[in-house]
Design a protein around this ligand. Structure first.
Ligand code: HEM
Length: 617
């Protein structure tokens, strides 16, 4: 009985979270706004968001109670004891993640009523996506061997589903006018999301089931049923696109019927999925002796590191790969749009972006990423690649410029649109604060000390989400820092070259200080993580940690030196551009028989001087 209540509350929590996210997506990116402000129909969607978020909150509270009762084998009334409940939601990681999601659901339910702009709606959408991802890190995906495969694929599955299922249900709830406007754009999102749902679902099933053994399990039957129904849903999607292609005579009545049936089927499959995630998959092989590496790092212990293994080992970090595939697909789409328009895009930028992406993949799923789980020295190499080398490639790839040149313009001349939203974000107060070179440096170098010289590092190393968070943090802080210093994309703040050089020298010295502090540390900073892995090679953990410090120093300074050279080159180039501009202007003014800039400026100073002299007489 209790396990049925766990599944039911999970189903309602998942479904209402999907509807909340689908409605937030519709409000932020699908329906028309008025110069970034919500339109009248926007107000209706706002209440859909608030109602579904409240449903999400209540069903999440029930899910916490039923899950706890199920774990303790107690009745629901017994777990209503505040002490028991408090220790579950504050001390037990499953309880903490479920509680986090519940709090965010309540936050969305309340704040969505105050939404007035598509900008804040987009922020609430991001917060909701983080909330639905949290429980995945504590689902039984976390207990299966290959963490990166099981957790990563389920993460993509849940996020893609929230766009696909949530989007279809939200569109079904819109009025006819909004549906007509939203569907063409949603159809693109739905296609990408459906592809992601299928691939991630199959990957997740493969991480849990070897079908040969599990053929007779109800778990496998449900997965197979889901696959079959998914094909029906894909057919619906195909019909969607056909109907939409029949411009100008789209049969909206048939379309609305199609969407309603599709939404109903999706709700049914969501129930099947909730059943799957609330019931243990058939165990793969329980006879195996305890494997510390597999249990803690989520992968087999690799042999002692050598050039070949570093180069060819590969343990796919599915979520990271998902993000990289999305980034590359969007970048290629942008370049294709430009090329089709007959505009040029420097191939150097595409190569630089591709190198940045490959470096991230190598340092997360490649040999570097694998060994970073098993030795501090290799972790530091991966950190330097993610935080220093890959970001330089990404920022010199000018992704923001590409987005600004290819994102869709306003659909009715009044709406802000996706491109307008990006421009608004780039010129926002937050962007101005973040791109302040001192702030960028503080985040870039300050987080080094916050991570490695507190217990944070040891805690982060223990879990897949910790590794994922560290990798994403290194990449984003590196991109911010190098965007401010050597970025070619538009920056709300024009940072003088001399300031950039001072900041780079500051970064070099802080980095050197950090590395020396690490090299001279006499205790391990990983909270016993590397020891718990019982690795059979490079047994002196402290020596390996010191090597990590030395690597941090050597590898950290090289990219900063490259950035220094690049800044000097940019400075000289800007100066020669400025000199050419002044020369061109002088020649033009001379041709017009007018004083050039310098002469005008001297004239202005003379006038000032004359006024002063007259004033003093
Ligand atoms: C090729 C098609 C699909 C496959 C192979 C697949 C497979 C899976 C697997 C293996 C899980 C993990 C279950 C667990 O935690 O043990 C899962 C979860 C789930 N699936 Fe799918 N799925 C597919 C399509 C869909 C579709 C089309 C929907 C909804 C319309 C859906 C809804 C869900 C939900 C709601 C969950 C639970 C997510 C959570 O834990 O929060 N799936 N699926």
């Amino acid at each position: 009985m209790i396990s049925a209540l766990v599944t039911a509350s999970k189903f309602f929590a998942v479904l209402s979270s999907f509807i909340t996210i689908g409605a937030l997506l519709a409000l932020a990116f699908l329906v028309l706004d008025k110069d970034g402000k919500l339109s009248t129909s926007g107000a209706k969607i706002r209440s859909i968001i608030s109602i579904s978020a409240f449903a999400w909150f209540f069903s999440s509270v029930l899910n916490i109670l039923f899950t706890l009762a199920n774990i303790l084998g107690e009745s629901v009334t017994a777990v209503l004891d505040p002490a028991v409940l408090q220790s579950f939601v504050l001390q037990i990681s499953l309880g903490q993640y479920l509680f986090f999601q519940t709090l965010i659901a309540l936050f969305v339910a309340i704040t969505s009523r105050l939404l007035t702009s598509s900008g804040y709606t987009a922020i609430l959408l991001l917060i909701s996506l983080i909330a639905i991802s949290a429980p995945v890190f504590q689902s039984h995906a976390a207990s299966s061997g290959s963490h990166a495969l099981a957790i990563g694929s389920l993460l993509i599955h849940v996020i893609a589903l929230s766009f696909w299922v949530g989007g279809v249900i939200a569109i079904a709830l819109l009025n006819q006018e909004d549906r007509k406007i939203s569907l063409p754009r949603f159809s693109q999102v739905a296609l990408w999301a459906a592809i992601a749902v299928v691939i991630s679902g199959v990957l997740n099933a493969s991480a849990r089931l070897n079908f040969a053994a599990a053929w007779s399990s109800s778990y496998a039957y449900v997965v197979i049923l889901k696959v079959l129904i998914t094909f029906v849903l894909l057919y619906f999607g195909y019909k969607h696109r056909n109907y939409l292609a029949a411009k100008p005579s789209v049969n909206w009545r048939a379309m609305t019927r199609l969407i309603s049936v599709e939404a109903a089927i999706m709700i049914f499959v969501t129930a099947l999925g909730s059943w799957l995630s609330s019931n243990q998959p058939p165990s793969r092989d329980s006879q195996e002796p305890f494997n510390a590496a597999l249990a803690i790092a989520g992968m087999e212990m690799p042999g002692a590191p050598n050039f070949t293994r570093i180069l060819f080992e590969y343990d796919p970090s599915i979520f990271m790969i998902g993000l990289l595939v999305l980034a590359v697909a969007l970048y290629i789409k942008g370049v294709v749009i430009l090329t089709r328009r007959g505009d040029k895009w420097p191939v150097g930028r595409t190569i630089s972006f591709a190198l940045g992406i490959s470096a991230i993949d190598f340092a997360t799923s490649g040999g570097l990423g694998v060994y970073a789980h098993f030795a501090f020295s290799w972790h530091m190499v991966a950190h330097m690649v993610l935080g220093m080398i890959a970001p330089i490639g990404i920022v010199l790839g000018a992704p923001i410029t590409l987005a600004l040149r290819t994102l869709p313009q306003s659909r009715d001349g009044q709406e802000l649109g996706v491109r307008g939203l990006l421009i608004k974000a780039l010129h926002s107060r937050y962007a101005r604060v973040l791109t302040n070179p001192v702030v960028a440096l503080a985040i870039f170098d300050g987080s080094l000390f916050a991570l490695y010289f507190t217990s944070l590092f040891g805690g982060m190393m223990q879990s897949h989400q910790g590794h994922l968070f560290m990798s994403i943090h290194f990449i984003l802080t590196g991109i911010l820092f190098f965007h401010v210093i050597v970025g070619v994309d538009p920056n709300p703040r024009k940072v003088p070259h001399i300031i950039r050089i001072v900041i780079l020298f500051a970064a070099m010295s802080i980095h050197a200080f950090f590395s020396v502090a690490l090299m001279s540390a006499s205790t391990l900073i990983d909270g016993g993580y590397f020891e718990s892995l019982q690795r059979p090679w490079s047994l002196d953990l402290l020596a390996d940690q010191r090597t990590g410090g030395a690597i941090g120093w050597a590898m950290g300074e090289i990219p900063i030196l490259i950035a220094l050279v690049a800044t000097f080159i940019q400075w000289m180039r800007d100066d020669s551009h400025e000199a050419k501009r002044i020369d061109r202007n002088t020649a033009r003014m001379a041709a017009l028989g007018q004083p050039d800039e310098l002469a005008q400026y001297n004239l202005y100073l003379n006038n000032l001087n004359k006024k002063d002299r007259e004033a003093n007489q």
